[in-house]
Design a protein around this ligand. Structure first.
Ligand code: AMP
Length: 253
């Protein structure tokens, strides 16, 4: 991982200061509904690196006509996973962009199993991943969150039945329509959580065994989760690269 000199500036989201030029290669793990999307967005803004979400990439593909016969939409709606070879090549292409090469990334939705994680390691060789952070939220709580989750069809901003947009179901950020995600129906939620236990739980164990796993409690207030997540990632940076980590810690708000 290249060690850049970091500089600080204001980050509008959630009170985390932006640290420009602090290379960061982070993966967020956790059940669907654990808050990975929101937290990845905030952490990526903090480090000024791209947020890479394979789920968003597939949803964009389904929305923009790349899904000619509708197979992609049908699979996602049913909560099924895409073939490893497809996902791995999509991620490889995304990681070849200059932004990810030069500054790193915060990734969520990938890897989802050990085979994908091994493929990611080979893409990142020789520098490798900094840390995989599991956002820990029990399954009964994520079930409640998924059932009440609403998202903007245009910008992906997250809402819930308890915290709707200010005006009807119109997005506060971009004015888009706010709806339930197609795969937040009960059958797909069951299937996605079952697949998580089957494939992603062993992945977490694998990252633990390879010494790159950290865990953060994802049940609390999102701003508190953000602060704890940042502290965890910063701590890993500090241990891996004392100079860069020291600058990052100095930038914490
Ligand atoms: P997510 O938004 O991460 O829950 O992903 C939405 C959907 O995209 C999943 O249910 C899968 O159909 C597909 N998908 C996203 N990431 C992956 C992945 N790493 N492996 C297989 N399928 C994926």
């Amino acid at each position: 991982m290249p060690a850049h000199k970091a500089s600080l500036s204001e980050n509008a989201s959630c009170g985390l200061t932006t640290v420009r030029g602090s290379a960061s290669r982070v993966v967020l793990l956790g059940r669907q509904g654990a808050g990975k999307g929101t937290q990845a967005e905030r952490l990526a803004a903090h480090f000024d690196v791209p947020r890479i979400s394979t789920g968003d990439m597939f949803r964009a593909g389904a929305d923009t006509g790349a899904d000619l016969n509708g197979d992609l939409s049908r699979s996602m709606k049913a909560g099924e996973l895409m073939p490893d070879v497809v996902v791995v090549e999509m991620v490889r292409a995304r990681l070849s962009h200059t932004d990810a090469i030069e500054t790193g990334f915060v990734m969520e939705g990938f890897p989802r199993n050990v085979a994908q994680a091994e493929a990611l390691d080979s893409m990142l060789a020789p520098d490798g991943l900094d840390v995989a952070v599991e956002l820990v939220v029990p399954s009964d709580l994520v079930r409640m969150r998924l059932a009440s989750r609403r998202v903007c069809v245009d910008c992906g901003a997250n809402y819930s039945v308890a915290q709707p947009p200010r005006s009807g179901w119109t997005c506060d950020v971009c004015g888009g329509q706010v709806v339930s995600r197609q795969d937040d129906n009960q059958a797909a939620i069951d299937r996605r959580l079952a697949l998580y236990e089957e494939q992603s739980a062993p992945l977490i164990e694998w990252y633990r065994r390879t010494g790159r796993l950290a865990a953060v409690d994802g049940t609390g207030n999102p701003d508190t989760v953000s602060q704890n997540l940042l502290a965890t990632v910063t701590d890993h940076h500090a241990r891996a690269q004392p100079n860069v980590g020291g600058l990052n810690q100095g930038g914490k708000s």
